[in-house]
Design a protein around this ligand. Structure first.
Ligand SMILES: C[S@@+](CC[C@H](N)C(=O)[O-])C[C@H]1O[C@@H](n2cnc3c(N)ncnc32)[C@H](O)[C@@H]1O
Length: 635
């Protein structure tokens, strides 16, 4: 029976496997600190395998910075952490498919690798821009007391994390790059093959971010660098130029990504006002000339009403050759002016032009909102001054969602720098408007609010509290607006689907559910041996364990689950029988048999429950007979 490790994937090992599959001769062995043999990559050999020339120097085209290698190691390093459900702070726990996850996003992204691998359609992030005032989360960061005092940073309960990245810090850009690189690598794994990431950024780091993304996603997967007009007026006391825009850079996971067209505007449709009442609908008169010369497209067109012959002016041609033109005349697609006596023009029918607008890379504040409107939106919801400094407008996020997701698929949207949760707000809003069923995953560090801030005074001690309250308030408002609309009979296109998911499950990052068993034998004493009889920490509930197993086994965290009493024991059913779990200390054979009769896809028990069981039930044999398809694991 396989034991669940309760550890995230060791990506270094996985990456070595991948290289070994492609280039077996580039794999060699070395001894680790304990003298045990381990596989490693022979990089000189690998370099040579990838080059047609003799490799001697190490000059090549690459983007690097101080600490890049360490940041890759950090991204690949497994962690012994878990996500613990918090029902009290959630909304509609049993029915919602949205998630709100509290924790450092590097750890959270690692924890989500199994359950959400290739499952996320769109990622939007709005990371710290590195303006010199941002607090950056430096991973595995150890500082001396002197540095501690010098950096004047913010520190979490482990006293070693958040610090202010100022330009006087010699590693100003490097630290930011090291923060972003492993997160983007982990995020990429979560995207579906037709998925896409949108990243907000400004002049401070846009050039570095482009280079990092070229490396992580592949240069060929660059889609666009959008300029968003975040301010509608100049700041007149700016020292140099007044910056009125941000960038949003877009990378696809692969060429399978397809952007949607945006709905056509009224202005675009306005010129189509003629109608021949022949069933072909509205049309406008379009130029029938092109400004290039083609010998097959120069011939006379005769106006049938006047008999007058028309030729294209010198150097230009008609839009089509003679044969096509005759077909167009026969189909009544050529227009000779209102009175029928003029020069030829082409009728362009509205239902034949592209039924939407190709998104462009210049987003005005009219299209996508601006910083002030974003502040106002949050302010209105909180009936006060906005409790969050840097929200993005809902309109901006709606535009991104319209381009990258559809109302007909159940796309998962991830934002792992979620701040005030604008992305969640926009997902609910757009679902309410188009009847879609998009689901969100918000990730946010429980970064404390400034004690002097409005937010702190209003009782929001950390940013997660602001984000969750925003989703509650926005959800309530959207539901009320929806009720109003339904009264006026303007509900969704699909009248069948009248429910809107405004709930969310809160999950908080914590240390692993398992007791630390990595002591050397000489370190054990009698009490420790007794304690270790259960390998699970005392403060962890069944539901904590259940979510630990979901993460480990790669089952989505949004699935419905119920608890049933079988033979007096608690048995948890996730999405009916996708996964069945029983973490009781002593499980009788009858309970095991009943679980097996339900034919679950996966089943998990507590390892120690069998060690303690007087009759040493042969679980594997029972399942082999009653439900051979079930995969069995223990924790
Ligand atoms: C610019 S704000 C995002 C604002 C958001 N787009 C909105 O509309 O409200 C960046 C957020 O990322 C959070 N953050 C920074 N480092 C983080 C980390 N390592 N893990 C999770 N969140 C982090 C910050 O606390 C901040 O709330």
């Amino acid at each position: 029976m396989e034991k669940l490790t309760q550890e995230t994937v060791n990506f270094t090992e996985k990456n070595i496997d991948r290289i070994a599959a492609l280039f077996p001769s580039a794999i060699t062995e070395t001894k680790d600190v304990d003298g045990k043999l381990k596989r490693v990559v022979n990089f000189d050999q690998l370099k040579q395998l990838l080059s047609g020339e003799v490799v001697d120097g190490d000059e090549c085209y690459e983007f690097t910075w101080v600490g890049k290698k360490q940041s890759i190691i950090e991204g690949n390093r497994p962690i012994r952490k878990t996500l613990r459900p918090c029902k009290e702070e959630s909304k509609n726990w049993d029915t919602t498919e949205n998630l709100y996850i509290e924790g450092d996003n590097l750890d959270v992204l690692k924890l989500l690798q199994n359950s959400y691998l290739n499952k996320v359609k769109m990622i939007y992030i709005d990371p710290p821009y590195n303006t010199g005032n941002d607090f950056i989360y430096r991973d595995n960061f150890k500082v001396s007391k002197e540095d501690y005092e010098e950096e004047l940073g913010l520190f979490d309960e482990e006293e070693n994390r958040l610090f202010k990245n100022t330009e006087t810090n010699g590693r100003y850009h490097s630290d930011w790059c090291s923060m972003m690189y492993p997160r983007l690598q982990l995020a990429r794994n979560l995207l579906t093959d037709d998925g896409v990431i949108f990243i907000s950024i400004d002049d401070n780091e846009v050039h570095n971010l482009r280079k990092i993304c070229d490396e992580v996603f592949g240069e060929e997967n660059f889609v666009a660098q959008i300029v968003w007009q975040k301010k509608y007026a100049a700041t007149n006391d700016s020292k140099g130029f007044s910056t009125t825009h941000d960038y949003i850079i877009v990378y696809q996971k692969s060429e399978q990504f397809q952007r949607n067209l945006l709905p056509r505007t009224e202005d675009q449709n306005k010129p189509y006002k003629n109608n021949d009442n022949d069933g072909r609908g509205l049309w406008r008169a379009d130029n029938i000339l092109v400004k290039t010369y083609s010998s097959t497209a120069v011939y006379p067109i005769v106006n049938p009403n006047t008999g007058k012959e028309y030729y294209p002016p010198k150097g230009s041609s008609w839009r089509a050759n003679k044969e096509t033109m005759e077909k167009w005349i026969f189909e009544n697609r050529i227009f000779f002016g209102k009175d029928g006596n003029g020069a030829p023009q082409l009728k362009r029918y509205l239902n034949e032009v592209q039924q939407g607008r190709v998104p462009i890379t210049w987003w005005t504040y009219e299209d996508a909102g601006h910083n002030d409107s974003a502040n106002r939106e949050v302010g209105v919801l909180f009936e006060s001054k906005t409790p969050f400094d840097t929200p993005k407008p809902v309109k901006l996020l709606k535009l991104i969602l319209q381009i990258s997701t559809n109302d007909f698929d159940n796309s998962i949207i991830l934002d792992f720098f979620s701040g005030s949760a604008t992305t969640a707000h926009a997902v609910m809003q757009l679902n309410a408007e188009d009847g879609g069923n998009r689901k969100f995953i918000m990730v946010q560090l429980p970064e404390e609010t400034d004690p002097k801030s409005e937010a702190n005074k209003a009782g929001y001690k950390n940013i997660c509290e602001i984000g969750k309250e925003r989703i509650r308030r926005a959800g309530k408002k959207i539901e009320e607006e929806l009720k109003e609309k339904s009264k006026e009979g303007e509900l969704f296109k699909d009248e069948e689907r009248k429910t809107l998911d405004t709930g969310f499950r809160v999950l908080k990052m914590d240390s692993t559910n398992m007791k630390d068993v990595y002591y050397s034998p000489s370190q054990y004493n009698q009490q420790m041996l007794l304690d270790l009889e259960s390998n699970i920490k005392d403060d962890r509930t069944d539901i904590d364990l259940l979510y630990g197993v979901l993460l480990d086994w790669g089952v989505p965290l949004s699935l419905p689950h119920i608890t049933e009493k079988i033979g007096g024991k608690n048995v948890h059913f996730v999405n009916d029988t996708d996964l069945v779990a029983c973490f009781e200390e002593q499980v009788s054979e009858e309970v095991i048999r009943e679980i097996a009769r339900r034919k679950p896809l996966r089943v998990v028990f507590r390892d120690s429950s069998f060690r303690n069981s007087p009759d040493k039930i042969n679980v594997t044999e029972i399942f082999k007979t009653l439900s051979p398809e079930t995969t069995i694991k223990v924790i």
